[in-house]
Design a protein around this ligand. Structure first.
Ligand code: ADP
Ligand code: MG
Length: 290
């Protein structure tokens, strides 16, 4: 039988915008000491707009943008949506791309008008020994902007900086958790400079940057190995393994089905402040029972 306090708490949680999928995990929530947040789409809205274009080898802004949009028009990534929207806003004619394939967590590759077109993270190029030295890269990242590089037939042609909106509620969520004695950690595939800027804005003391999708769960294990009980909050397909490994997996309700299926608790309102509410509710519920 379901204990009365828990039954009450479940309906209470529904009223609070929480969907509890795994009660044992919810019970463990009262012992958490760290909460790991995915950046894009969780702490931020995950809606990117192109803010700056930097030409690296002459040429024309709109021509490079059209090429980038051609490749990105076949991607569902929020960065892709931002680039495609910018080309549309500028009324550009976007050529057709073929042989499009994703490099998960790093970028996209395609053929456009016979050229090899890649839109990739600066980190991806650095790992190949082709780091971008342009001073604007660091400046833009320090502003919290995500920067991707358009590479055409092996030659870096342009930087696209994309601005995302940090959720108003995120800062409060971090502060509320801190008041409960819980440290927040940010996890992102994005560059270090961007992670630093967003962490500073939100008051987050620790972050893991340039984490490839298949390494996200390893970072959770690292924290657990320090003796911490860890919750992970995420929205994307990439976050699913980390949600499973965490002591408490929390999915943003507006995220992907895969994330929701992998989570113990779902935030129906997609509000990061509800993470603190889970903890409070878990503590209140299970205090009454013992
Ligand atoms: P996050 O962890 O912030 O959700 P992802 O793992 O989805 O980020 O992506 C990490 C990085 O990979 C992005 O910041 C970007 O540099 C690059 N990337 C991924 N997909 C694309 C794409 N479709 N176009 C360009 N860059 C991409
Ligand atoms: Mg995400």
């Amino acid at each position: 039988a379901v204990p009365l306090v828990v039954a009450v708490s479940t309906s209470l949680s529904a009223g609070n915008g929480l969907l509890i999928r795994d009660r044992a995990a919810f019970e463990r929530a009262r012992n958490l000491n760290a909460v790991v947040f995915d950046k894009t789409g969780t702490l931020t809205e995950g809606r990117f707009g192109v803010s700056d274009i930097v030409l690296l080898a002459g040429g024309d802004e709109n021509e490079e943008l059209a090429l980038a949009a051609a490749a990105e028009s076949q991607s569902e990534h929020p960065i892709a949506h931002g680039i495609v929207a910018e080309a549309r806003d500028r009324n550009l004619t976007v050529p057709k791309a073929s042989e499009v394939s994703n490099i998960t967590g790093e970028g996209i590759v395609a053929k456009v008008d016979g050229d090899d077109i890649r839109i990739v993270s600066p980190g991806h190029l650095a790992r190949q020994g082709k780091a971008i030295g342009h001073e604007r890269l660091k400046q833009l990242e320090a502003q919290g902007k995500t920067v991707v590089v358009l590479v055409r037939d092996g030659e870096p042609r342009a930087l696209f900086a994309l601005a995302d909106i940090v959720r108003q509620e995120s800062k409060e969520a971090i502060a509320e958790l801190k008041a409960l004695g819980i440290n927040s950690v940010m996890l992102t595939g994005d560059a270090k400079g961007v992670a630093q800027a967003v962490s500073d804005e939100l008051g987050i003391a620790e972050y893991f940057a340039e984490v490839l999708p298949d390494q996200k769960s390893e970072k959770i294990k690292e924290l657990q190995a320090r003796g911490l009980q860890v919750a992970m909050v995420g929205d994307g397909v990439n976050d699913a393994p980390a949600l499973v490994v965490a002591d408490l997996g929390i999915a943003i309700g507006a995220g992907t089905d895969v994330a929701v299926e992998s989570a113990d608790v779902v935030l129906v309102r997609s509000d990061p402040r509800d993470v603190a509410a889970i903890l409070g509710l878990s503590r209140a519920t299970y205090r009454k029972m013992v």
